[in-house]
Design a protein around this ligand. Sequence first.
Ligand code: PLP
Length: 400
Amino acid sequence: MSFLSQTLSRVKPSPTMAITGLAMELKAQGRDVIGLSAGEPDFDTPENIRAAGIRAIEEGKTRYTAVDGIPELKQAVCDKFKRDNGLAYTPKQVTIGTGGKQVLYNALMATLNHDDEVIIPAPYWVSYPDMVLLAGGTPVFIEAALENNFKITAEQLEAAITRNTKWFMFNSPSNPTGAGYTRDELKALTDVLMRHPHVWVLTDDMYEHLAYDDFEFCTPAQVEPGLYNRTLTVNGVSKAYAMTGWRIGYAAGPEEVIAAIRKVQSQSTSNPCSVSQWAAVEALNGTQDFLPGHNEIFVRRRDMVVAMLNEIEGITCPTPEGAFYVYPSISGLIGKTTPNGVIITSDEVFVTELLNDTGVAVVFGAAFGLSPNFRISYATSDENLKEACTRIQNFCKALT
Ligand code: PLP
């Protein structure tokens, strides 16, 4: 019998590792690699937030804090939910963790039992299914098809709910598609959930502030107040404030679940980094003025990438409402052959050949649960994106 845990055997290693490894190898060989796989903004953390972190160090705020966060940050989170989402929470209903990732993980660890099902729209953020498996639950997927702009319908949600459904996991704007649900689209889903009082909502609002054009972000407990008592709303500072390395995420929801999350955290990591918590207080309470400027840059990049991809015969790329990803379909390229004689049988073969031939690194769709597609992160310079898209165009043109 293996020395390793049976639980771990339920989980697959990150499917993106092989492609990342290949990209690193090519780079080491001196090849000109353009990486479009990073899930983080290419901006620096704004100056006022960096200064708050430095101040915290200099003022000696470097000791253990309360397990699930300092009161100042919990209050800032309450104020943020009221200001941005019209949701009223008290600090007792708030938890702070080491990134949204830890908060989601702890929430699942704290609530799932054997046989519990978690509904996850696919494509999904890579960690959702494996977190559910690690916590002993069963992921149940609903296809968010390209034809429906990568969004699920109320009928699909209704059909996926069983007696064993515990959570519905929701992410809008989405990683990997950038798709964002309008208020009406989300209301159609929350109407379904109102008919199934045993189902809770785990909403991941990480890309809330990265919403473009006239798209208006909304979150389930705001759209349907009747769900307030069974919704955990997760968010964080990583994406909006370019703070991926600081590792601060948070959630608000019913006290019982917040206390259970605290219990898990108290026996694993204890408090998130004290200095980062003080920086996050400034992120949430301080000026939000830089957000429109960042978004303007993202919109410009998104529009260029979508236009250049749609010029390619065999590729279809909808324009997403938010985040910094596009998720083009390559269904028109499956079965074609590269000049080296490789047949494109899947999105994984496509991205491997694209990387080998052109040095452009993207992530294949199978990693996110919907194929044949690939994900581009456009959180990189305009020049990089233009060059990468030109290389993708030339690679696809050479397929026969
Ligand atoms: N949720 C989604 C959809 C994400 O894309 C990410 C990061 O890539 C996270 C959560 C986790 O963010 P963090 O742990 O940095 O707060």
